[in-house]
Write a protein that binds this ligand. Structure first.
Ligand SMILES: [Fe+2]
Length: 355
């Protein structure tokens, strides 16, 4: 496994690059906007191709690199299903697997620092975000934090084998890695007998808000641009309008999601499965989508929320497929048109930005 730990000294954030080899697919956890050039240079140097950028939670202390990395690499942006961030093109839940070629991370929902906090486990290492830090834990006093939920999340992490390496999202003292066993014994926040005492300990911290909070949180909530731009160019169908396309002989509905997302959330009847990861091959000459377009079909992409499909429309248009369209808001919007709720907010679906 290719593994790099990168540091942003301004926010004391650790970001992690993971890859195996073969085609060079890579994933990054908790990228920082100011360091995007550095990540891209590293990708180039190691001959890697960024396919997924993941945030463990909505950060309050730095601006995420997710939006910029998506713009530069067309990678899939990933957060938990609780996330309201509009940049997110793929949402994951507890028990899911986060995969790239040759690597698979177990997805653990570990709320408490925020209600959208996740940890990721692969082999002998766990990426704990701000849930478990080295000799500390993430604060629980804002962003829907909940010290009791965090206590339970920490107990869950502490059940991992003692030798599991702990890679947190931050360290303010210069430590880079710890182990579960080490944290169980020496982390002062973990020397409490129950959730009540943990909660009391967290309540007594009285921390000032992070310096960047007023800037970072709103910026991190609104990173999505593609869908507006694609709609402006007339390349978008509302979910309601897309219902009229099902079964039409001159339309090819293309599902860009991964297999696990289709199994979890269902698919539009009659649609073809062509995962986003294979998009370039599929729109190139001789590829499935290229051939469908040549045969005169309108290509209508969709995904979970419309972010991946918006990028796919742009890529297909750039490749000369003038009929490429997408379903705005993706399956999430499609589902709001089901069961008599036809038209209700379908065209204008956006993840909530106000909370
Ligand atoms: Fe955080």
């Amino acid at each position: 496994m290719i593994f790099r730990q990168l540091f942003d000294s301004v926010s004391s954030t650790y970001s992690y690059v993971l890859a195996s080899r073969h085609g060079g697919e890579a994933l990054i956890i908790d990228p920082v906007l100011d360091k995007v050039e550095r990540y891209l240079k590293l990708m180039e140097e190691l001959d890697l191709r960024l396919v997924k950028a993941v945030d463990t939670h909505l950060h309050a202390d730095h601006i995420t690199g997710l939006g910029a990395l998506r713009d530069r690499t067309h990678c899939v942006t990933v957060m938990g299903e609780q996330s309201k961030v509009d940049v997110v093109s793929m949402r994951i839940a507890d028990g899911d697997r986060l995969t790239i070629e040759g690597l698979s991370l177990d997805v653990l929902y570990t709320p408490g620092h925020t209600d959208d906090s996740y940890s990721f486990l692969i082999g002998d290492r766990v990426f704990t975000g701000d849930t478990l830090l080295i000799r500390g834990t993430g604060r629980t006093d804002f962003q829907n934090g909940d010290s009791r939920a965090q206590y339970e999340s920490l107990q869950r992490l502490l059940r991992l084998p003692d030798e599991t390496l702990v890679f947190p999202a931050h360290d303010y003292k210069g430590d880079t890695v710890s182990t579960i066993g080490e944290e169980r014994r020496f982390n002062p926040r973990l020397q409490v007998p129950d959730a009540d005492e943990y909660s009391a300990l967290m309540a007594a911290l009285n921390l000032p808000n992070p310096k960047m909070m007023d800037v970072a949180v709103p910026a991190n909530m609104q990173q999505g641009l593609h869908q507006e731009e694609v709609a402006r160019r007339g390349w978008a169908y509302s979910a309601e309008a897309a219902r009229g396309l099902v079964g039409k002989a001159d339309v090819a509905l293309i599902d860009l999601r991964e297999k696990a997302e289709r199994e979890r959330d269902g698919a539009i009847p009659g649609s073809l499965h062509a995962p986003y990861a294979d998009l370039q091959d599929n729109i190139d000459e001789g590829g499935l989508i290229h051939e469908l377009a040549l045969s005169g079909k309108t290509i209508v992409f969709y995904c979970a929320f419309g972010e991946r499909s918006a990028m796919a429309v742009q890529a297909a248009q750039d490749r000369g497929i003038a009929s490429a369209r997408h379903i705005e808001g993706g399956m999430a919007a499609w589902r709001t048109t089901e069961g008599g709720a036809l038209g209700q907010g379908a065209a204008g679906y956006r993840p909530t930005r106000s909370s």
